[in-house]
Design a protein around this ligand. Sequence first.
Ligand code: OGA
Ligand code: FE
Length: 420
Amino acid sequence: MDIPKLVWNSVEATDLIKNGKPVVLLDCPLSIPVANRWTNEFLASVISPEYLCDIYVSDSKRFQYWDSKRNTAYNFTAPTMKESMTFTEFNQCVMGNSKIIESSNETKSKSLKNYYLQQAVVVEMGPKMMEEYMRFSLEAALKFKVEGGWDSFSTNLLLVGSAGYITPCHYDEQQNLFAQINGIKRVRLFPPSAWKRLYTYPYNHPCDRQTRVILPVIPGSSLLDNEIDRFNFPFFQSDCNENTSEYFIDLQPGEVLYIPQYWFHQMEGLTDNISLSWWFKDQTKHSNKTQIDLSSVSMIALRRNIENLISSTVGNQKKAHEFFLAMAANRIPITRPIDIEVSSIFIKSTILNSNQENHNEQFYFPHASDVEAAKDIFIEESWSDLLAQAIKIAGMVVGNQAQNFLQELVAGRFNNLPLV
Ligand code: OGA
Ligand code: FE
């Protein structure tokens, strides 16, 4: 599906932003003033020659984000390394690579490293770079923040990458105005409702917020999905409908894409390119509203909270992983009735009655791979109570859909992840 392209301060664009829908903003002063002006050479001339930038180094052209603080239970090899170097050194690394590519096709397939600069623009980069930064209209950023009902501006991120580089599919927990400054970036977007199709890594995994489904990159047409691993990720296709399907855009210099919080996105450099992300915090997290606003509280935020809550109760991350596998396979019995009281909309319902016969027979039929993955797991007695509590908490927001909600939370997500 296409994303609408609208003049940045038009009423139509503002409406989309207010409603948390993606839009490409044209003529926007958060990109236009430096579009095509910033190049690798130009940035090297304005950023202080002493300033050390964060560079991600990868053997492949995929730059998968990972969080080293979440590496306790999973057997995981870091896909990228972080290095510090000046902008000029960075340019030399990038240029060095293109020279090698030109001179020999054989070296190309060997141990070429790839370098992706991902660094916030900060005062320490010196007065010339600050002069550049002041070209942006920060009033425009403020207008979006106010109209979108967002919280404070959190950070920017300058991204300088080469043709073919990919940031794999993930979501961020913040609102993002993504400014394309030089070259072309293909952005593939999925709404938060595509959650089940994309199989995010567990909350405790270093690849938290990233999808386990690997989207194939097909030159000219990213939309083909015939290389998707359909066996391990069956919902990618079976759960595809008009609410869960993909949007995409080839973002040109000067264009700014609004990526709403929790929308999945994959970025692919179609040419060498420069972008700048403007991130804003999510107001819903800080609001002191007394009622739960179902339309704006993202379901993904709720899933994250519940997953985190369960993990921290179970004892250790390995056990938590097993709990979720068992839950996906529907192997945790619910042994007492659960009253659900939905405080904001005053619904009270009993979702499971212990007098009922076959109280283990729930309305969810797990996928065969989940059943297989969980077949040898020892079910601890305390897990029944924990599951009941999780259903109760989820029920406060989604009412008697709580059980479906939890099953969707875990289905297929915890299989085949090697533990240590
Ligand atoms: C982002 C993002 C990655 C990239 O801005 O949120 O994921 O490669 N960017 O541009
Ligand atoms: Fe992102």
